[in-house]
Design a protein around this ligand. Structure first.
Ligand code: SF4
Length: 372
């Protein structure tokens, strides 16, 4: 399975219920930004710049939960800013899980080791660690040395404690895809369960490259085949930005995660007062080159511009995936995630103790990372 069974079942039930009720616009993933402050100043981050004047503001846990209830999305992606510096992050996670929602906790990974003891593994909870390349590249992107290594240590600790972990990578024009292939090979060995990957705002050309296709075949990429077809220019999709609404200390950000024309006090106001017909390609010049995940992956799942056979494609995509990296298969519904209690993949490395790191390999026999 590409995702935990419980997540797929809940999402399917939720979509079916809304369709039966005739709801036209309903969210799939709530992007919850409890704060915009961050311990890093990454080159490509819009948040610390857009929200500079309110960088000290924070939502209370109660505000987050009230917004989550109003919106109703079955999946909550906690992002920011850096959510791990939100003082009540573990309580927030606990309360959202208690409400039966699924969580992706998006983090730069710097505080996973420090705060891991505050969290419990669950089949509804993923650590989602942002990595834009191998050590040198990633540390350059985040403008600080040591971030990649700490994130990797965080991933190892989380896997050893039995958590689900996925990674999130933005592909820029300058990105060397063979480096991403190396990164994935390394994360796969660590037992990482899935890979989110999104082209930067106006850079979809990458998706047609052969090496990209080989990543899709080899690893548990969490990009639907329909969104992929769109990125490759093989089909049209209309933007469904309301499928991934963003809530932050200023309110519901409209129209989308990327653009801010207005903050709405309520989710209902966001849905009803946003002039949706004015956005998307051909309607707003700012949307012309946009192909981002938050605008178009919900379109794929919600069946906007659907074609015969799409449901089958989505089903076989879900069934063909495999979490757990190079190690044993995850058992998503065994209480925890079924792959705890060991480091990474639980497999014997081909190297013997004392061996030097083989050329071209990233991991030394003792599990440490080769300096790149
Ligand atoms: S096309 Fe992109 S920028 Fe425009 S509203 Fe949709 S997600 Fe936002």
């Amino acid at each position: 399975m590409r995702f935990p069974l419980k997540l797929t079942a809940n999402l399917t039930r939720y979509i079916a219920t809304n369709r039966i009720r005739g709801v036209k616009k309903f969210p799939l993933v709530m992007m919850l930004e409890p704060l915009h402050a961050c311990n890093l100043t990454c080159t490509g981050c819009g948040r610390i710049r857009e929200y500079k004047s309110t960088i000290d503001e924070m939502l209370s846990v109660e505000q987050c939960l009230a917004a989550m209830e109003e919106c109703g999305a079955p999946v909550v992606s906690i992002c920011g800013g850096e959510p791990m510096i939100y003082p009540e992050i573990s309580r927030l996670v606990k309360e959202i899980l208690a409400a039966g929602r699924h969580i992706y906790l998006c983090t730069n990974g710097m505080f996973i080791r420090k705060k891991l003891h505050e969290f419990r593994p669950s089949s509804s909870f993923f650590w989602n660690v942002h990595l834009d390349g191998l050590e040198r590249t990633h540390d350059l992107c985040v403008e600080r040395d040591g971030v990649f290594r700490e994130a990797i240590e965080g991933i190892k600790a989380a896997k050893a404690a039995g958590f689900y972990v996925c990674s999130n990578t933005t592909i820029y024009k300058e990105t060397d895809l063979s480096e991403i292939a190396e990164l994935y090979a390394y994360l796969h060995e660590l037992g990482v369960d899935g890979y989110m990957l999104s082209p930067a705002y106006n850079y979809a050309a990458v998706m047609t490259r052969e090496i990209f296709m080989s990543l899709i075949e080899k690893y548990n990429l969490m990009i639907s085949p329909i969104y992929r077809e769109y990125l490759k220019g093989e089909r049209e999709l209309t933007c469904t930005a309301w499928g991934n609404p963003t809530y932050n200390p200023r309110g519901w950000k409209g129209p989308c995660y990327l653009m801010t024309d207005k903050h709405h006090d309520t989710f209902r106001g966001f849905i009803e007062d946003t002039p949706w017909e004015k956005y998307g390609r051909g309607n707003d010049p700012r949307c012309e080159d946009c192909m981002v995940h938050v605008g178009f992956e919900p379109s794929a799942v919600l069946g906007a511009n659907s074609k015969l056979g799409d449901n089958w494609k989505l089903l076989s995509w879900q069934l063909s995936g495999k979490m757990g990296g190079a190690g044993r298969r995850s058992d998503a519904d065994s209480g925890g995630n079924g792959h705890g209690g060991g480091q990474g993949n639980g497999r014997t490395t081909p190297w013997q103790a004392g061996d030097a790191t083989p050329p071209g390999q990233l991991v030394a026999p003792d599990g440490s990372l080769r300096v790149l």
